[in-house]
Design a protein around this ligand. Sequence first.
Ligand SMILES: Nc1nc2c(c(=O)[nH]1)N[C@H]1C(S)=C(S)[C@@H](COP(=O)(O)OP(=O)(O)OC[C@H]3O[C@@H](n4cnc5c(=O)[nH]c(N)nc54)[C@H](O)[C@@H]3O)O[C@H]1N2
Ligand SMILES: Nc1nc2c(c(=O)[nH]1)N[C@H]1C(S)=C(S)[C@@H](COP(=O)(O)OP(=O)(O)OC[C@H]3O[C@@H](n4cnc5c(=O)[nH]c(N)nc54)[C@H](O)[C@@H]3O)O[C@H]1N2
Ligand code: SF4
Ligand SMILES: [Mo]
Length: 886
Amino acid sequence: MTAAVRTTCPYCGVGCGVLAQPDGSLKGDPAHPANKGRLCAKGAALGETLSDAGRLLHPGIAGARTSWNTALDLVAARFRETIAAHGPDSVAFYVSGQCLTEDYYVANKLMKGFIGSGNIDTNSRLCMASSVAGHTRAFGADVVPGLYEDLEEADLVILVGSNLAWCHPVLHGRLQAARGERGTKLVVIDPRGTATSAGADLHLALAPGSDVALFAGLLAHLAGIGRVDQGWVAAHTTGINEALTAARETAPTLERVAALTGLSPEEIARFYAMFAATERTVTVYSQGVNQSSAGTDKVNAILNCHLATGRIGRPGMGPFSVTGQPNAMGGREVGGLANQLAAHMRFDMPGAPDRLRRFWQAPNLATRPGLKAVELFEAVLDGRVKALWIMATNPADSLPRAGRVRQALAACPFLVVSDCWETDTTRHADVILPAAGWGEKSGTVTNSERRISRQRPFRAAPGEARPDWWMLAEIGRRMGWAKDFAWESPAAVFREHAALSGFENGGSRSFDIGAMAMLSDEGYEALAPFRWPLPAGATEEGGRLFAAGGFPTPDGRARLVPTPFRGPAAMPGADYPLLLNTGRLRDQWHTMTRTGQVPRLSEHAPVPAAALSPGDAEALGAEAGGLLRLASPHGETVLRVAIDPGQRPGEVFVPMHWTDAFTSSGPVGRLVGAAVDPVSGQPELKATPVRAEALPVRWRGLLLHRRAVRPEEPGLHWSRAPVAAGHVLELTGAEPLPAEIAPLVGRLLAAPEGAELLHIADPARGAWRFATLAEGRVESCLFLLREGSRAALPSGTALAGLLDGMVAEAARPGLLAGRALAARPAERNVCACFGVGIQTLRACILDRRLTTVAEVGEALSAGTNCGSCLPEIREVLRDARAEAAA
Ligand SMILES: Nc1nc2c(c(=O)[nH]1)N[C@H]1C(S)=C(S)[C@@H](COP(=O)(O)OP(=O)(O)OC[C@H]3O[C@@H](n4cnc5c(=O)[nH]c(N)nc54)[C@H](O)[C@@H]3O)O[C@H]1N2
Ligand SMILES: Nc1nc2c(c(=O)[nH]1)N[C@H]1C(S)=C(S)[C@@H](COP(=O)(O)OP(=O)(O)OC[C@H]3O[C@@H](n4cnc5c(=O)[nH]c(N)nc54)[C@H](O)[C@@H]3O)O[C@H]1N2
Ligand code: SF4
Ligand SMILES: [Mo]
């Protein structure tokens, strides 16, 4: 590589541009409009995920290596046979918002146009389906009307169920910078106190699932004080009376809203007054809204308020659904959900199926929607679906009732999985197809503001890994549709997708990138980020939509939708008295196949923990760092305890990231219920009743190992984090250490044959240290402490150095006592970009009397790169100030 390659970050839907430089380093692309050079901690650590180690390198059948030809022939044959015997609805694809648009287009065309079933669904069902349904109900199509600039040009930004500081850090950084300049007010609506709410002017910690009541109350309030924009509403909408009637029924008074939401009438009144008084208002919403059994109504309750005030599509105003995955939007554009067709066409749109049939010359176009994710896996379990291809998603961890999903995967007569790494899902596959990953494949993604950007390759795919679109096209050809799946490049797929978006469109469908239908291969290579719509002949990229109406409905008007209130599908009761909320942490990405390899990204939160309010922790007798057994009707797990004053009493929060590969706790998805929204089919991932029980801690330990070992000891809780040359596992034992510890130690150290064992035992103090050496290198180290011991464990990072290099003969006696092992308490990283830990930060702030984040940045660089840690730095500053004053 001689010139820098412009590409796009593969993580969140902000869609930041990344420059891969000739020297192999990566940085934010200053020319990309989404990030203008900035990256968050995850984006900045992308370079550390590019190792070939651990990648799937060759196709495999039943665990044995095979050739692409054999694997593809088998997949095509088994799909053909299954369809011949049981019909097209007996097969399915389950794909992902992490597929590129070109991959997605081919998958959808193959399933809906040629196989002839609607059975292609995507993990976007768990993510954006309620927004898609809400947009479609209100606007007539799945369209985000605004732009990122609107967050900077607003006077009031409302974040509903969004932890923007951690989940969309660069956009959050843009918002914070704008607040600094124009004093934008920020309201955060989230049951939990988060890094995002810490910086807000108003945090409404509402009862889980009560958003509809809050926004219905807002609509009724706006009407009550005459803030409805009557002229705009009359010209561009229908349904206001019905929506208002329903809103007034749900929320006749502030007191009623207060009763439903658990907020005080004063807080609610303050929020309503801010909304009513501020023309330039943007309402951003994310998974606290979508992942709910009332998700679609939550979306429409928000959209109703913007439509009623005509605050849409103008600078600094509008509802703004931020997307999670890098190509959540692209997947919706190609129709990757089971209830969509392609290019924003739907089964229920007059003329659409026929138009698509003609465009594709499809022999067998699906005539009705297919199975949505949760139903799809039920159908696999009960045998209706007999052949399934899973691509770029890890449902064994990320679907609700993950235990049941695993039963379905195990029961599936023919399971194909394409991924880049081994996962809890690939373990069940009959055929594994190794996928080219980020930095290796070529195509496009669409971010939250409708901007289409290129992902470009800058390194060779390892082994025989190939891009997903190629695998799908190969299967299409091998199933007998050679000319329909004949593309030779992603550019050719993109042209077809663009042509379809413009085909017989004439302004009837918002998604139109017809201008790209004739793009040359060179043009595709050079394609700069642009926003849709961009119809044939357009000279300017798409901007804000709907300020002057023109909605893609038959009458051109938007719909206000009545949203009667209902709470979560299952509420806490005697058996399951707490409510489980799940979501994201700052430095991990989903099931950790990539971010879980990067030491500095694991430092922010090295172990999965269940966050409890101080009151609940006390009532349960749970202590920070102790163990908690959590159980729901679907499964149970044991996790470490974190005590968080930001937790609402009665609620537990558990991050979604950890899997069986990283912890004995496994995925929290095992506990999560599968109630779905009746309109969108999106599961309620944020509200499952659970019960909790504190477990005693009998001993603690730390295990350093070259290999990613998975101890299986009864009563042992462990979680693993990567370090430079291996892994460090935190161990917590709920059963007493055996009197004879040698067998346990042997199993944990798992040393190779003939390894040398060093040990220091101090049973009187309840402390033991062991190391194994093979060929002059440390293989593993184990530190054990009986509960109550006054000794301390070393920190994982201090230990990590032991895996570096050879250990000289003379150094062996000192190995386990050496300075490297000084019992330094582990320091949690605050700034992942510059590796600044919490102790260092506090010490420096107190020492040098720092008072602002700018001063901290100057002193330590902390917070000066991506800014995702600024909320935490502010908190440390506040605490330090309080301490200094006391
Ligand atoms: N670091 C990081 N960033 C990511 C991802 C990641 O894995 N890691 N994933 C990306 C993806 S795919 C997505 S979809 C986005 C998700 O981004 P977000 O939606 O911001 O993230 P979550 O943590 O899932 O949930 C947001 C908040 O919803 C709150 N919530 C729960 N129930 C309710 C409720 O009833 N009402 C309201 N108002 N709020 C509620 C939760 O307490 C939580 O703080 O993040 C993207 N960005
Ligand atoms: N409890 C709970 N569950 C949740 C959520 C929650 O908040 N709580 N959030 C839900 C949401 S919003 C989402 S988006 C999902 C995410 O859940 P998943 O999609 O299951 O999570 P990922 O870990 O992102 O899985 C992506 C997989 O694709 C692989 N991969 C990466 N690049 C490629 C590629 O180019 N090709 C192929 N073939 N594979 C690739 C990765 O190695 C990884 O195994 O989780 C959902 N599940
Ligand atoms: S905010 Fe971070 S994760 Fe999201 S696209 Fe930008 S760099 Fe990637
Ligand atoms: Mo998502």
